[in-house]
Structure formats: structure tokens, C-alpha cells
Design a protein around this ligand. Structure first.
Ligand code: BG6
Length: 456
């Protein structure tokens, strides 16, 4: 079977910034032997040469780490087809141009997912074709159900790939290694020993010219509905029998089914947006003054909520998820805070503080793992000292998109989101979205460059 790759939205930001660089990495690694062709479909009236010129510039900007010779080899395989992705005849022409059994990748604004899938259903896809859909998967549960329904008309669920590139980040994958290839962590990976879990993705980045998308999404839809819930699912899932798509998706879905939405949005959620400030060397304006932003939408650039995973393993442990833009520092980490020891035989005086409990910190990008523990001090042997057992991990060979696309083209797409997971994730956040839309939770403000509206 000859695989081809058809990217719908082939002149968009995502294609230029992430998909083409991912493909170039695969060419450099000798891992893009399969596809007959890579064909981009988009509205611009360009020739193949004009498209390659655009793609060459994007690769120079976003894939400078890939040798030029590999980038040129990718460009040599690129074809372009002008067309409207919601028009069946245009899609048919793009698919015919690519030939083979396609991976059809929807790198499109999510408002066009549905008409595009409807048009694809009208054209029909060859046996074995894969359909990949970017996030956010709709804007609510009803959308997600509708998208799933059309996708299932198009190809079987095993051939649908809902992208979440966080699943292909090294540290997220390392949770699997840490938990399931070692004896020492799994026995304490539960409510009896873990007091709290935090999943944090604080970014120094501001809007980066993405108002068109971001202002209608906001931090909750952009990060917490998908990426951070997926990380939660990997942290909290039961051990799968095998690390294949089915095993992972089924175990992640079990976790998401068990997540109770924040009970009291006023207590359990925070929403905020940044005001003018300085992040490192950059001066950022008020979010509302960014080009393309409609202040009346009340879009949040910071979202936080705390949920419970209601099952035997996790009952009673709060999982706190937070993410925001234009914050003072990039803090991307999963933190497991353990319970205090049941008895401390260190002759503490009354009133003397007990040592901090153990903390396991899994840092994403740059990747590092550290376990903060209490050890005997250097002076008085019965004094305690805080030490970290730490490992810095070398950067992963392929970017998250390189890894995802490699899996897709090899037909081993284990790192996606299933239909059930997509719907459950919306079920979890919908009450929060509703409470926020109804103004039940105030929209706070934080200066760009600060730690955000609530303590880290
Ligand atoms: C994207 C979000 O999915 O993930 C962005 O749309 C966010 O807003 C990004 O900045 C974070 O992932 P990465 O890989 O760029 O750190």
C-alpha cells in the first residue's frame, strides 16, 4: 500500500509552523519512505512552484534544525492543488493528485471541520485511508458528537486520528515509562500516598498574532479542554496491557469518564486576562488592545480549574489544572505532591515545622524529572535537608509533530484522542464554560509578566 499525505489548509499557519517541519524531520531521519506524494490543498491560486517557494520560507523559519538537503528533498515531493476544501470536486482533485491511500489531515479552523468532513463523505475515501483532525474538536459537546458522527460515516474509528501534540511530548510519554517500566512508583501512585496533582502550562508567549483563532477560543478551550486533560488522563490511568492505540485510548477514556466537573465554578475555577506589562524584554499591550481582539467577548487568557477523579485509585485527590499566556515564566510541569510520612522519628521539638512532603516534578520542554526528598543533613546527622534526585533529559530527536506524523504515516497512530475521550472532555468543561458565559465567575486581570491571578 502506498501512503500519501493530503493536507487540507495547506497554506495555513499550522502547516507552515508544525506540519511541514515535522515532515522535514521525518525525511532527514529516513522515515518518510512511504508516501507517494504530499499534496496541499488550499484557496490560494498558486502553482506548485509558488507553493514550494512559500513552503521553503516556512521551513527556513521553523525547521532550521533540519539539514537543508532534507528540506529540499521534502520540497521535491510537495504538490499543490488550488481548491475549496468544502467542495467535493475540489477535494476529489486533491486526492487524485496525491494517489495512494491517503492520510487526510484537516489543518483548518475548526469552524470548517464539519462542512469539510461532509464534503469528504460525499467524495468517499479509499479503503485504509486515515482522517486526522486538529484541535479544538468543536466548540462544545454537541459539536464533538456531530463531528464524530460524520467521521464514523467516513472511516472506522481506528482510522480517525484526533491530534493532541502533547501526547507526543517526551515527558508525557515518559510518564508511561516512569510508571509502567519501574517497580517503585506504581505502588504509591494513588490517593493513599498522593495528596495533590498539579498540571501547569504557564507560557510567556502572548497572542502571537493569533487573535482570529484565540479570541474565539480562550485558554479553557485552547489548553484545558484538550492538552491538560489528556495529560491528566495519562497521569491517572490504570496500567494498559499494551501501549497500542486501543490500550491507551481505552484506559484514558476510563479516567475521563470518572472526572467530575468542577462542582462549584466560583470556588473551583479561575478565569483572567492579561493587561499591559513587560515579559522579559518584550512590552505587551493589554490583551484587549491586541489587533483583532474583541474586548466584549470577554475571552480569558488564563484558565484554572480543580477536578476530582472519582474512582478507587484517586478518590479525594484534587487535580489542579492551570494555563495562561503572557506570564512571567514558562512553567510547564506535572507535580505530584505526596502525603506527609505517618510518623517522623527525628525528635522534632513541639512547634518545629515538619519537613515538606516528597514532590515528584515532571517538567516539560525542556524535559526533566526530579524527585524532591528529605535526606540527613551534612552537619547534625539528625537534621533533615531537602535534596532533589534529578535527571535532565536530552531533547527528543523528533518534535512532537514529527513523532505524530511518523506514526500516522506508518499506520501506528497510538498517540491520538478517541471519540469517547473527545466527548468526555467536553462534558467535563461544559459546566465551566456555561458558568463563565453567565458571568458567575468574575474575569480577573493580571499584568503581563506576572505570576498570574492566583498563586503558582
Ligand atoms: C497549542 C495552543 O495547541 O499548544 C497554543 O494552541 C500553545 O496556544 C501550544 O501555545 C503549546 O504547545 P507548544 O508545543 O507550542 O509548547
Amino acid at each position: 500500500m502506498t501512503r500519501s499525505f493530503v493536507v487540507l489548509g495547506g497554506t495555513g499557519d499550522l502547516t507552515g509552523r508544525l506540519l511541514l517541519p515535522g515532515l522535514a524531520e521525518l525525511v532527514a531521519a529516513g522515515a518518510l519512505a512511504g508516501p507517494a506524494a504530499v499534496v496541499a490543498v488550499s484557496r490560494e491560486e498558486w502553482t506548485d512552484e509558488e507553493y514550494r517557494g512559500w513552503a521553503r520560507d516556512r521551513l527556513a523559519e521553523h525547521a532550521a534544525h533540519v539539514p537543508e538537503e532534507a528540506r529540499e528533498r521534502l520540497l521535491g515531493r510537495l504538490g499543490y492543488r488550488q481548491g475549496d476544501v468544502t467542495v467535493p470536486a475540489d477535494l476529489r482533485a486533491g486526492l487524485e493528485r496525491a494517489g495512494g491511500v491517503p492520510v487526510v489531515y484537516l489543518a483548518l479552523p475548526n469552524t470548517v471541520f464539519l462542512p469539510t468532513l461532509e464534503a469528504l463523505a460525499e467524495v468517499g475515501l479509499p479503503e485504509g485511508a486515515v482522517v486526522a483532525v486538529e484541535k479544538p474538536f468543536g466548540r462544545n459537546l454537541a459539536d464533538a458528537r456531530q463531528l464524530n458522527e460524520v467521521l464514523h460515516r467516513l472511516v472506522p474509528e481506528e482510522q480517525v486520528f484526533r491530534t493532541d501534540h502533547f501526547l507526543a511530548m517526551q515527558t508525557v510519554l515518559n510518564i508511561l515509562g516512569l510508571r509502567f517500566a519501574n517497580r517503585v512508583f506504581e505502588p504509591v501512585w494513588n490517593a493513599q500516598h498522593v495528596e495533590q496533582v498539579e498540571i501547569v502550562f504557564d507560557e510567556t508567549l502572548g497572542l502571537e498574532g493569533r487573535a482570529g483563532y484565540y479570541d474565539t477560543a480562550g485558554a479553557l478551550r485552547d489548553m484545558l479542554q484538550n492538552h491538560l486533560l489528556q495529560v491528566l488522563a495519562v497521569v491517572a490511568m490504570e496500567p494498559p496491557a499494551a501501549l497500542d492505540a486501543h490500550g491507551l485510548a481505552a484506559r484514558k477514556a476510563d479516567v475521563l469518564r470518572a472526572v467530575r466537573s468542577p462542582e462549584d465554578p466560583r470556588r473551583d475555577t479561575v478565569r483572567a486576562r492579561y493587561t499591559a506589562g513587560r515579559v522579559g524584554e518584550r512590552e505587551l499591550p493589554d490583551y484587549t488592545a491586541e489587533p483583532g481582539v474583541h474586548p466584549d467577548r470577554g475571552t480569558e487568557t488564563y484558565a484554572e480549574y480543580t477536578v476530582q477523579v472519582e474512582n478507587w485509585r484517586w478518590a479525594g485527590v484534587p487535580f489542579r489544572l492551570r494555563s495562561g499566556k503572557a506570564l512571567g515564566a514558562d512553567r510547564h510541569e506535572i507535580v505530584l505532591r505526596f502525603r506527609p510520612v505517618p510518623h517522623l522519628a527525628f525528635g522534632r521539638q513541639d512547634g518545629e515545622a515538619h519537613p515538606e512532603p516528597d514532590v515528584l516534578r515532571l517538567r516539560l520542554d525542556p524535559d526533566a524529572i526530579s524527585l524532591e526528598v528529605n535526606l540527613n543533613g551534612a552537619g547534625d546527622p539528625f537534621d533533615l535537608e531537602r535534596r532533589a534526585l534529578a535527571a535532565e533529559l536530552p531533547p527528543q530527536a523528533l518534535s512532537a509533530y514529527g513523532l505524530l506524523l511518523g506514526g500516522l504515516l506508518d499506520g501506528e497512530a497510538a498517540l491520538g484522542i478517541s471519540d469517547v475521550e473527545a466527548e468526555e472532555s467536553w462534558r467535563i468543561v461544559e459546566p465551566v464554560l456555561a458558568a463563565w458565559a453567565a458571568g458567575e465567575v468574575p474575569l480577573l486581570e493580571y499584568p503581563a509578566g506576572s505570576d498570574g491571578p492566583s498563586p503558582a
